[in-house]
Design a protein around this ligand. Structure first.
Ligand SMILES: C[S@@+](CC[C@H](N)C(=O)[O-])C[C@H]1O[C@@H](n2cnc3c(N)ncnc32)[C@H](O)[C@@H]1O
Length: 176
């Protein structure tokens, strides 16, 4: 995907994302040659569609949302896709996600669901253990007037941030 393909896809699939913020994250994930991607907070599926372009036929794309408006479910993608409907913070949802990714390790986790500081902290604590060492954990809205900004500021990690408007940030999970 060229940078202009990324910008076009975001518009076509209704993702409220600034291409100058999300493209550096896309490139970092592309560099991992990912096989398993998990997004928490899918809504219309714009960013989920973007991540799908990074996965081949051996790839697994998992989306979680309590009230999705995801419309491209029937479109072809190279990768296997799985959508889990539920509150990301509930044990039943976490268990379902764990059961589908447990033997793979998540290469990339994108958190864009509950934007309160408590909510994003819970999603981070519940889903980041599923990410393999060297994998990437990304967040939207790190510069917005919401709890994600407080979460991001408090997060004790080496942080990469791209801020033109409301901001994208990511961290790389430490190799043990
Ligand atoms: C900002 S939208 C996601 C946008 C999407 N990532 C994109 O950029 O195309 C946030 C989504 O998170 C979902 N959400 C909020 N809190 C949630 C929770 N506790 N569990 C599951 N989904 C949640 C909402 O239903 C909404 O669809």
């Amino acid at each position: 995907m060229t940078n202009s393909d990324i910008a076009k896809l975001l518009i076509d699939y209704g993702a409220v994302q600034d291409p100058t913020e999300i493209t550096p994250l896309y490139r970092a994930v592309e560099g991992l040659n990912p096989k398993t991607i998990l997004e928490v907070g899918v809504e219309g599926g714009g960013t989920l569609k973007l991540w799908s372009t990074l996965l081949g036929s051996d790839g697994l794309l998992v989306g979680v949302d309590m009230a999705p408006t995801y419309r491209w479910i029937d479109e072809d993608t190279d990768c296997e896709r799985l959508f889990i409907q539920g509150n990301s913070q509930e044990e039943a949802t976490i268990d379902k996600v764990r059961s589908v990714v447990y033997d793979r390790g998540v290469d990339f986790l994108f958190i864009d669901a509950d934007h309160t500081q408590e909510g994003v902290t819970r999603d981070y604590n519940n889903y980041s253990p599923l990410v393999r060492p060297g994998g990437i954990i990304g967040f939207h809205d790190i510069n917005d007037n919401c709890g994600v900004k407080q979460f991001w500021t408090a997060l004790d990690a080496h942080k990469y941030e791209f801020i033109n408007r409301i901001g994208i940030g990511f961290i790389v999970k430490e190799e043990k």
